[in-house]
Design a protein around this ligand. Sequence first.
Ligand code: CP
Ligand code: NVA
Length: 322
Amino acid sequence: MTPATLARRKDFLSVLDFDARDFERCLRLAAQLKEDRGLGRHAPMAAALNGRHVALLFEKPSLRTRTTFEIAVRELGGQVVALQPDVALGQREPVADVARNLERWIDAIVIRTFSQRLLGEFAAATRCLHVVNALTDEEHPCQAIADMLTLQQHLGQLRGRTIAYIGDGNNVATSLAHAAAMLGVHVHLASPEAYQMPAAVVQQATSAARYGARLRLFSEPAAAVTGADAVYTDTWTSMGQESEAEVRRRVFAPYQVNEALMAHARPGALFMHCLPAHRGEEVTTEVFESDASVVFDQAENRLHGQKALLLMLLAPAHLIAD
Ligand code: CP
Ligand code: NVA
């Protein structure tokens, strides 16, 4: 099968909706879109989504994801439909009914909500509506596209590299582990015992791993970081867990990414964070502001990665043929 005949996916609810070839295709497309962006309305893909409508529905706060999806749709020539959270998925009417209404009007929807299961129900209720996960409690696959693009642009070849994730085994960690393993990047994880990535996710990432990538769990952050090309962390308290913040601050304190921890990584290792960051908690100001930090490249790459994703889901195949 040539890249031009890659299967078109209906939804992107999880990194695991892609295989390694889809993901690599998405990264190539994203890099090209990044290069072309300066051409503005003369960019080759500036009209690719002409006449297409993409709805955005956010049930949790967002700066990066919402802004970059809006810009992505507009820069590809499509129309954004901003839905209000009072749509209240599953409360005002069954989730499947919301999906089946929207399917009659629009081409795709980008949803940030709580439950991955509910998102799956929404997607399964429609035959043609493309559904994109803009973060659930369990996964954040669009973040992982930007993360892999950033890693590739800073390190060159991804295969054989090592990324260490220090902190909560949460949605961001899950999608990062899926994506890294699929692209041949070794993953080292260090989390407090009660906050480790679910065993099922470790299993999924291990099964998705390609090109010899290995996933390893560590109890000591320093051991996880040793030999890493990049060190990644995220907030200790995710959206929806605010009542646990105090306990979490105590439990996660030994997992802070600071200069002493970074010193165990490879010389020149990158610091990564999906943002928003909490200086003095999961990362110190020194590391966040250091030359190692590529956090705003990750934020920028949200745009290019999501444009590529939208094209892979929505654009006519000949437009994005390799
Ligand atoms: N990283 C990320 O998803 O940021 P937002 O919550 O601001 O969208
Ligand atoms: N783990 C964080 C990521 C925010 C982008 C959360 O879910 O709040």
